[in-house]
Design a protein around this ligand. Structure first.
Ligand code: DON
Length: 307
């Protein structure tokens, strides 16, 4: 028996955040995401000893959007190590996830790998080292989540590609500064496919469990990142995973985290568990209103934090 009744805590949180579900606004800049009903919620914990707890619509699948950027960075760090940091920074941006202005002032080097420009340049790096990047990314999620039939929501990927102008502008701006090696549209297609990978909360918490487990996937025992890289990645998640709301998230939740515009948020409690939450209504920073509230409650109820 675990010391804490995680299931009871998740059930309680699910009831408590229900009134918040309809206070946020679903992302509408990607037409395929605008159709999603905001009144949905799920939360799952996957512990480093392999137990899973879930409450809400546990089977509901959603595209993981920017939460995929963590796997993009992971695969790029596996291939480049510290060399990657010549092309992307490690500092919080203090600007929106899709901001363009800083990128020009800073000569095409994005502030961090989690804002769109940073994730796109990381995809460009990965694109140069993988013969089939979309397949490799999908396989990583299949293996780590334990579900060999994970798929990409092609309707979402196509919708993002069709309305790619802002992300394309970032790619072209980086190319004009010499910080982009492949065709912008090719890299964007891979990037949008990564964002459109579909998982449920249980699979998401499980796939990223290596972040809580010193870089080792607890399901297979395989090392995904070195312990040092894992520490570095978690540190970057803490400072930049929620963009210009990273400070507020850190203050309220006390754990490294990553959000996505589908209303997904992942948080990591080192050596204990990963937790994934999904609630599509967003705040003005593009982060899930009820998702963050749920993680704040989890942190208070379990009295947990990395500090
Ligand atoms: O490129 C985009 O804008 C989306 N595919 C991902 C952005 C995102 O998830 C921002 N997170 N809150």
């Amino acid at each position: 028996m675990p010391e804490v009744d995680y299931q009871a805590v998740l059930n309680e949180i699910t009831t408590e955040v229900k009134p918040l579900l309809t206070t946020g606004k679903v992302a509408d800049y990607i037409p395929a995401l605008a159709e999603i009903d905001a009144d949905q919620f799920s939360i799952a914990i996957h512990t480093t000893s392999g137990e899973t707890y879930c409450a809400g619509d546990c089977t509901a699948r959603f595209t993981i959007q920017s939460v995929s950027k963590v796997m993009t960075l992971t695969l790029a760090l596996q291939r480049y190590g510290d060399e990657l940091w010549q092309r992307v920074g490690k500092e919080p941006s203090g600007t929106a996830f899709n901001s363009l202005t800083q990128l020009e002032f800073e000569q095409g080097i994005p502030r961090n790998p989690f804002i769109n420009a940073g994730a796109i340049v990381t995809c460009d790096a990965l694109y140069s080292r993988l013969s089939a990047p979309i397949h490799s990314m999908l396989e990583s999620f299949r293996q780590l989540s334990g579900n060999s039939s994970v798929v990409i929501d092609k309707k979402v990927a196509n919708s993002e590609y069709e309305f790619r102008h802002r992300n394309a502008a970032m790619g072209h701006l980086m190319k004009s500064f010499g910080n982009f090696n492949n065709e912008v549209d090719d890299v964007l297609w891979a990037y949008f496919n990564f964002c459109a990978i579909e998982l449920n909360c249980i699979e998401l918490a499980k796939a990223y469990n290596f972040l809580a487990n010193q870089g080792i996937a607890n399901s297979s025992g395989d090392r995904v990142l070195s312990a040092r890289q894992n520490k570095q990645l978690n540190s970057l998640l803490f400072t930049s995973g929620l963009y210009d709301a990273a400070g507020d998230f850190g203050y309220r939740v006390g754990m490294p985290g990553k959000s996505g515009v589908s209303g997904t948020v992942l948080a990591v409690l080192p050596n204990k568990f990963t937790v994934a939450v999904w609630a599509p209504g967003l705040n003005s920073f593009g982060n899930s209103v009820a998702g963050i509230a749920a993680l704040e409650r989890l942190s208070q109820k379990l009295d947990i934090s990395i500090f």
